[in-house]
Design a protein around this ligand. Sequence first.
Ligand SMILES: *Cc1c(COP(=O)(O)O)cnc(C)c1O
Ligand code: SF4
Length: 324
Amino acid sequence: MEQPKLVFTQISEFLEFLGPDFATLIANDPDLRGLDHAPSFPFCCSRHYAERVRNASKPKALLREILPTKAEYEDVPGFVDDPVGDLPAGKNECVIQKYDQRALVMTTATCGVRCRFCFRRNYPFQNIPDVDVQVRNWLDTHSDIWEIILSGGDPLTLSPSKFESLIEAIGDHSSVTTLRIHTRLPVMRPDLVQQHMDLLKELPARFDCVLVSHVDHPDELDEESQIIFGQLKFAGWTLLNQSVLLKGVNEDADTMTKLCRKLFQQGVLPYYIHQLDHAKGVAHFEISDDQAKALVAEIRTKLPGYLVPRLVREIAGEKSKTPV
Ligand SMILES: *Cc1c(COP(=O)(O)O)cnc(C)c1O
Ligand code: SF4
């Protein structure tokens, strides 16, 4: 028997999975109907996320995050290939250091999805076969680094053996006390998170462990993300979330308030709301700073202080994220 597909790479098969009602919804929506079936940043969406779309209270928001449209070809001044200055901050093929005593590793080019607003959508990504060796060699000569952030791509798309050898390469440097993982897989490919779960549960004995999930809309969270976050929290991980502020997805106070509350119910604290990074092809997601500040001011009146994320922007060359 044919295995059900876990990932859709063709829009047509994704739409077929969703069913005819969604084709009608998309055809009637001015923001979605300019579908681009052969985008330069290819379509990719997990079956898991497609199921979240099916069950969503507002499927349009979730669809907008992943469906390529012709709007991506608008050439808008200021929207560029490397909006956050990753390239000049590169230390070797995979280590990026922008901030004092902390470094980020581009572990892989692979993700569980391709978000249309991705800040690294035009990044000259390659899968690097020996990330573990490169990280090990770099840390050998950088004993001031105390936090390593695994990013990408999505670090949890690595095979368990590659992921483990990367952890070993880091763990052999006692200077590194904090291990942080940036991932969207708890809401995209919970099955792939689960294949690392035994190792993840052991890590708090060796590092201070922080997982920063990327969730943009409350409808992305479900029972499976709840299980993952519950297991990690119980194992001793600190759980934080970052969202990107996106027009047509999460720019209203009601959605953002729901997201923050639902994250907390699953054991996760809202950490950042990012103002959109100006990658080429994402301008149609932009929210003005004034609107963003008004949004945060409004959710502040609806939530306890510990559930209000910090509104920030990444400016190339700065020594930290910049509060808006
Ligand atoms: C965003 C980022 C970090 C993490 O910044 P925090 O403010 O600590 O979340 C670290 N390194 C790089 C290169 C980054 O882009
Ligand atoms: S999960 Fe992050 S890196 Fe991957 S496509 Fe989405 S925004 Fe880009």
